[in-house]
Each structure stands twice: as C-alpha cells, then as structure tokens.
Design a protein around this ligand. Structure first.
Ligand SMILES: [Zn+2]
Length: 391
C-alpha cells in the first residue's frame, strides 16, 4: 500500500500508483485488491460509478494499452475524464472539459432566469440581478482557485452572466458586457477569479498549520498559486488579514478600472465618477420602463439619432427639430420637447445630461439625488410615450 496514494474526502476516494506506466498499473491493482478485501470484511460496497482514467500527455494513437484493472469482480471502465469533488479531470489534465461543462451548466441557468423575464412585468432588474448572483455566479466560481480559466472563456462567462441582465434591461446582445455588469453591480469573471483565490488563501491561512489544506498550500505545486495571491493582494492594497468587505470593495474597484480601460461606452466613462463602484443608482431606484430607457442611453444603444448614427444605423445624427445633433444633452433643450422642460428647471440644481443618464452621485444631498432620478425618470417616460420608437 505504500506504493499507491489515496485521496480521500468523506466518501469520495481517488487512488493512483506512485509510478507511471505498467509499474504504476501494477501498484494500482495491488491497492484495489486490498481495498476490495477491506470492503468485504466490513460489508461495504463501492459505488458502481467507480472508473479508471489514464493520465498521459501522449496522443491517443501512441498511448500505452492499459490491461483491465479490477475492483473485486468489476472491471473498471476506462474513461477520458472523471468528475471528482465537482471538478472534471480529463486524461490530459487540462481544464477544457471542465470549462465546457461549467459554461453549459451556467448557460442553462441563464436561460432559466431569462425565461421568467416578461416585458413590463416582474421580475425587475433588481430581482434578476439577485438571481444572477445567487444562481449563476456560484456555478462559475465553484472550485475556481483549483482550475485555470483561459482568457477566451472569461469573455464567454461574462456573456453568460450578462444575458439575463441584458434581457431585463431590453438591451440588444451587442451591448458591451463589462458595462452591463458594472452598472448592475455584478462582478465580472476576472474579479471573481481574483476574489475567490484571495478568499481561499485567507481561509487556509486561518487554519491550523497541521490542517491538510495548509500542508497542501505549502507544497511546491502550489507555489504559483501563493505567488499569484500575494501579487493580487499587493495590487489591491490588501493583506491576508483584510476583511471580506475590503476584498469585495477592492474587487469592485478593480472591475471598474478594467471597464474604463476597455475603451467602450466612452460617454458613460466620461461622466461616471472615478470613485464610483457597485450597482449604479438608477438600477436601485428606477421602475422597469425608466431603467431600460436609462440603460439604453448610458450604453449607447438608444434610438436617439446621434446614437444610431454612431452605430452606422442612420445617415444623419441631426434631430428632427433641425437645430443640432440629437444627443442626450440636446433632449434637454430640444424645441420638440419644450413643454417637458419646465419640470427639469424647477429643481434646485442644474439638470444636465449626466443627471438624465442617472449619474447623481455629484449631488451632495440624498434628497436631491432622489429628486434628480425622479424628475429625470418622469422626463424619460414622457419621451418614451412621445417618440414613435421610444428612447
Ligand atoms: Zn431637437
């Protein structure tokens, strides 16, 4: 038995020989015989799910043939991958199959959430955001410190997280993913990866030194993980003792920095304060119609002529009044909507385009911030009714 290794977690057992090739197979056979004898003695039965994986970097044609390996009377079936403790290990020890399975499961959950979304009816964006955080994020973050998400998968997972949010906000699928996530206060996948690594390292550090997780983290194979966590902590100005709230705040700020650096939705980047992070105020405040209109304005997916012109959907950006391009700022002075401007001028602050787009944080008083969202929301709803295609 000293020539094989056992990995045990509750009733999940993985066994492997310490050597490779035929020698390792022989070690495994001896170990499995001993296991079977033990199970007979104690009247235990191994699960029929028990299977065999041949880990090798060799291609299929050049792989050495594995003679049948038995667990008692049962010949273990040779499979190309096996799910152990929720992670799918393939025979080349890549994470491709696990990433594909995770994406498929997350996509199915996103579809289930999207299915309950109906135009003009509950659930609203706040409820959908909660569903995304509760049902989708845990699927993607499961076991994250132990498997590597490749760069192209990060975009794919971000798209999956975005899908129900885009749907509830009536945004087209071309809407910038990172902007949707940043506005809705849902962490992007890069932040989730960093956050889960830091949280895991913090938890292990708090365990006794003799705990198996502490022992494993100090092993040579985990040096790159520890180095990555240390550099992440330094980048986010955190320590191993930082609170969970501090880690979440740092992750949100990092998400906003990534969003700004991505170069999309430049109008929104320009008006959103550098210190802003977390869910945008309008998402927490607006009703469904206003929220969708504001999201379209913020993410350059509106029916305003200027927005459509920028997206090559319209030849001219000119407003129908003929005075100027139909931008968000122009709506506040456009003669077509002069009868609606009175309410905007009645507020005790200057009502500009950034307030109409829901960026109210520069107003000092919470009463004023609420008033700006209310007045701007009423104006947007009136525009939605007046304009043939809405905002
Ligand atoms: Zn006009």
């Amino acid at each position: 038995m000293d020539r094989c290794k056992l990995l045990l977690f509750a009733d999940d057992i993985a066994v492997y020989g310490v050597h490779g090739k035929g020698r390792g197979d022989a070690q495994l056979r001896i170990a499995l015989k001993a296991h079977y004898r033990w199970s007979v003695r104690w009247r235990m039965r191994f699960s029929p799910k028990s299977q065999l994986v041949q880990f090798t970097a060799l291609r299929d044609a050049t792989r050495p043939h594995v003679k049948p390996i038995r667990l008692g009377p049962t010949v273990l079936s040779l499979v190309s991958s096996y799910r152990y403790l929720g992670l799918l290990y393939d025979d080349r020890l890549t994470w491709r199959q696990h990433a594909e399975a995770t994406a498929a499961k997350a996509r199915q959950r996103a579809y289930l959430i999207s299915r309950v979304i109906r135009r003009g009816r509950p659930p609203d964006v706040r409820a959908v955001r909660t569903l995304v955080l509760a049902m989708l994020v845990p699927i993607i973050t499961y076991g994250l410190p132990f498997w590597r998400v490749r760069a192209h998968r990060i975009n794919e997972f971000n798209s999956i997280l975005c899908a129900p949010l885009r749907r509830v906000l009536l945004l087209p699928s071309s809407t910038h993913r990172l902007t949707v996530l940043a506005d809705c206060g849902v962490p992007d996948v890069a932040s989730l990866i960093s956050m889960s690594s830091i949280t895991y390292a913090q938890r292990v550090t708090a365990l006794p030194l003799s705990h198996p997780c502490s022992v494993i983290l100090k092993q040579r194979q985990f040096v790159s993980f520890s180095t990555r966590v240390k550099s992440q902590l330094a980048n986010w100005s955190l320590t191993m003792d930082s609170s969970s709230a501090a880690v979440h705040r740092a992750a949100s700020l990092a998400q906003m920095a990534t969003w700004r650096a991505d170069g999309a939705c430049r109008d929104l980047v320009a008006i959103r304060p550098l210190s802003a992070f977390g869910t945008a105020a309008y998402i927490l405040f607006d009703d469904a119609v206003t929220c969708a209109a504001r999201a379209r304005l913020r993410m350059n997916r509106s029916y305003l002529h200027h927005s459509q012109h920028r997206r090559h959907l319209r030849a001219s950006a000119r407003c129908s009044c003929g005075d100027d391009d139909e931008t968000v700022a122009h709506l506040l002075v456009c003669s077509n909507y002069a009868h609606l401007h009175g309410a905007l001028r009645a507020v005790p602050f200057v009502f500009d385009a950034s307030l109409l787009m829901g960026e109210v944080s520069w107003l000092r008083r919470s009463r004023h911030r609420r008033l700006a969202l209310q007045v701007g929301g009423a104006f947007l709803r009136s525009l939605c009714e007046l304009r043939p295609r809405g905002i």
